[in-house]
Design a protein around this ligand. Structure first.
Ligand SMILES: Cc1cc2nc3c(=O)[nH]c(=O)nc-3n(C[C@H](O)[C@H](O)[C@H](O)COP(=O)(O)OP(=O)(O)OC[C@H]3O[C@@H](n4cnc5c(N)ncnc54)[C@H](O)[C@@H]3O)c2cc1C
Length: 375
């Protein structure tokens, strides 16, 4: 692993930093509210216009053909500049890698440019009232409609992040009721304005209307919106969850930035009893970066990340909680007031739950990485 940046990488960093310094909007309302979502959309479109919305994609889809290393550099600069959360992340960071791997050329041409331009906004439709950790228990189903050349989708999805504001949803539906759990599923792409879809937003712990329930009643979806083959949904979905747990959803830039902010807070508050925890958070953020650099090296060398993404997930989610808890302790009574740290703290508590709970990630590590027997 050669950790020296090339002249080209340095130039890329410089260009990204200068652009972000000149354009990043500050003080946007939360993107998990309707009003905030609209403001974030404007930012997403500005990113796209300058070709920063999906830097690692091929140019013909709206990207810059940047390397994985440069993507990491961009993420670092993005967080360093204090830029807004990406409301397009479910599409650009989760669905898109799956479309690159499993989509037909027609799907890639049709879907990716609109995603990069924030014209289509994607929500993730995995969870159902009876299927969370046990995703293969999905009971929403798709029934064949030969006449129209497609499928009729029925069922209910829940915990859909920003589902009330998005235009499309990707999710798993049962297409073969006789097959074993993992074998009868298909990955569908669903427009949320299709007849038969009802979307109901609801509030999160922090009061933002960031979640939605999505009800589907015989929603017609044509064959061209099956991603990766009928009854192949489990295999395709595993690629998406790998992206969610691993690199693409949580690049180290975010935690490096939070650790720097924590150090700054510790300098202002000077609380000797908390010094060790501040230092440990900073060290952990660096460690996560080194771990990621090693992973990128192995991806660039042609190795798949697979179950190792569960290690990333455990690490970043626990680091985020510790880091925010330390900030709350530094703030003392002030931590009760609404502000970036208290909001970040509330959100960090969700990290060990979404993208697959940490208990389940520990099972994956035990069984698939360490080869321990199933209990
Ligand atoms: C902020 C946030 C955003 C989310 N966004 C989305 C989204 O956009 N789209 C979407 O589809 N979903 C989303 N989710 C839902 C999330 O994926 C689920 O909450 C998660 O998969 C857990 O499922 P569950 O809530 O049904 O809990 P359950 O699966 O019922 O789990 C309950 C508890 O039992 C434990 N448990 C379950 N099975 C095992 C096991 N085999 N071994 C050990 N322990 C186990 C779990 O770890 C957990 O502690 C989001 C959740 C949060 C918090």
């Amino acid at each position: 692993m050669d950790l020296r940046w090339s002249a080209e990488d340095d130039a890329f960093r410089h260009e990204a930093r200068s652009w972000l310094e000149a354009h990043v909007p500050h003080g946007l309302p939360s993107g998990d509210t309707r009003e905030g979502f609209v403001a974030h959309l404007e930012w997403e479109r500005a990113l796209f216009a300058a070709r920063w919305s999906a830097v690692s994609w091929p140019e013909r889809f709206g990207g810059r053909d940047a390397s994985l290393w440069q993507w990491l550099i961009f993420e670092e600069e993005y967080y360093r500049a204090g830029a807004p959360q990406r409301i397009t992340q479910n599409g650009i960071f989760l669905l898109a890698p799956t479309i690159f791997e499993f989509g037909t050329p027609e799907q890639q041409e049709r879907l990716l440019p609109r995603m990069a331009a924030a014209q289509d906004l994607w929500a993730q439709g995995w969870s159902e009232p009876g299927a969370g950790s046990d995703l293969a228990a999905v009971s929403s189903r798709a029934v064949r409609d030969d006449e129209r050349g497609g499928w009729l989708l029925s069922g209910q999805k829940t915990w859909t992040t920003r589902g009330a504001f998005c235009t499309h949803l990707f999710g798993l539906f049962r297409t073969d009721l006789e097959a074993q759990r993992h074998h009868g599923l298909t990955y569908f792409l669903v427009p949320l304005d299709a007849p038969g879809v009802t979307v109901r937003g609801f509030e999160r712990l922090d009061g933002d209307e960031g979640f939605a329930e999505v009800f589907l009643d015989e929603v017609f979806v044509p064959d061209r919106d099956v991603l990766g083959g009928v009854n192949e949904g489990w295999r395709v979905a595993m690629a998406t969850t790998g992206s969610e747990r691993g690199l693409t959803l949580r690049s180290p830039g975010r935690f490096l930035r939070s650790a720097e902010r924590l150090v700054q807070l510790a300098k202002e508050r000077d609380e000797p009893a908390l010094r060790d925890r501040v230092v440990q958070s900073w060290i952990d953020a660096q460690a996560y970066q080194w771990f990621t650099l090693r992973q990128v090296t192995s991806i660039v060398d042609g190795r798949a990340v697979g179950a190792e993404s569960s290690l990333n997930k455990l690490f970043w989610s626990e680091l985020d909680v510790r880091l925010h808890e330390t900030a709350m302790d530094l703030l003392g009574e002030e931590a009760q007031l609404d502000g970036p740290w208290s909001r970040g703290f509330l959100f960090s508590l969700a990290g060990p739950i979404y993208a697959g709970t940490n208990e389940v990630q520990r099972n994956v590590v035990a069984e698939r990485l360490l080869g321990l027997p199933r209990r």
